[in-house]
Design a binder for this molecule. Sequence first.
Ligand code: IPD
Ligand code: CA
Ligand code: CA
Ligand code: CA
Length: 262
Amino acid sequence: MIAAARAAGRSLARDFGEVENLQVSKKGPADFVSNADHRAEEIIYNSLTKARPGYGFVMEERGIVEGTDKSNKFIVDPLDGTLNFLHGQPHYAVSIALEREGKLLTGVVYDVAKNEIFWAETGRGAWLENRKLRVAARTKLHEAVVATGTPWHGKAEEKHTHFAREMLAMTPACAGIRRYGSAALDLAYVAAGRFDGFWERGLQPWDIAAGIVLVREAGGTITEIDGGDVMQTGSLLAANEDLHPLIEKQLRHAAAFARKAD
Ligand code: IPD
Ligand code: CA
Ligand code: CA
Ligand code: CA
C-alpha cells in the first residue's frame, strides 16, 4: 500500500507542476476532478491488483470493483485535496485503506508535497515513517487547535446555517480553527498531535477510512457526531479522549442554538 501510494504520489507531483495543462471537469457543486486524479487512481489500482489479486476496491473516481476475495477491500482516494491541488496549493494526499471482514485494518495517507507517509495497522500502532505517533496530550479546549471542513456544497441553506452555528460554538472555545482542505491529512494530523481535534460532516468512505485507522492507533477517539455509523454518514469527530467530550459539548451547543432559532 505504501509503494502504491508513493507511485501515485510521483504521478501527482509531476502533474502538480503542470496544473494549467490538466483537463478539469466538474462532478457536482464545488466537486472537481482532473486527469491527475484519474492517472493516480489507475496507478494505485494496477499496483494493488498486482500485489493482491482478487481483492475488491472502492475508489472515488472509478467506483466499486468487486473482487473474487470477498473478505478484503481497498478503499482509495487517489487525490484528497483536489481543490488545493488545482489551485497550486501544496497540501494534498493519497489515501488508501484496507478493510478486512468489514473492519478497517490498515491505513496509509501520503502527503506528496511534504513527502510524509503516515501509516497505521490495527494492533501495530500509527507511524510517520519510523516515528510512532500519539495524539496530542492537551486537555484544555481553549489551548486546542481544531480542524474542520466546510461541508454541504450545493446543499440546502439550513445545512450551511448548521455549520455556521458549529463554527460559532467552536471558534471562541478553542485557540484556533483550521481548514486546510484534505480530510485524510486532517485525520493524519490528529494522529500526529498536530491538530488537537477534527470534525467534519458528510465525508465519503475514501476521505476517512485510512485516517480513522491512524487516529485509533494513535490512541485517539473517533465517533459519528450524531451517534450513527461513521462509514455510512461520514460525519465524524476525532480528538484525544479528554478533548473529545469537550468538543462534542460545543457541537451540541450548536444544535441547541438551532432548536432555539426554530
Ligand atoms: C475533499 C477533501 C476536503 C473535504 C471535502 C472532500 P477531495 O476530498 O477531503 O477536505 O472537505 O468534503 O470531498 O474531493 O479533494 O478528494
Ligand atoms: Ca473529489
Ligand atoms: Ca477526498
Ligand atoms: Ca479525491
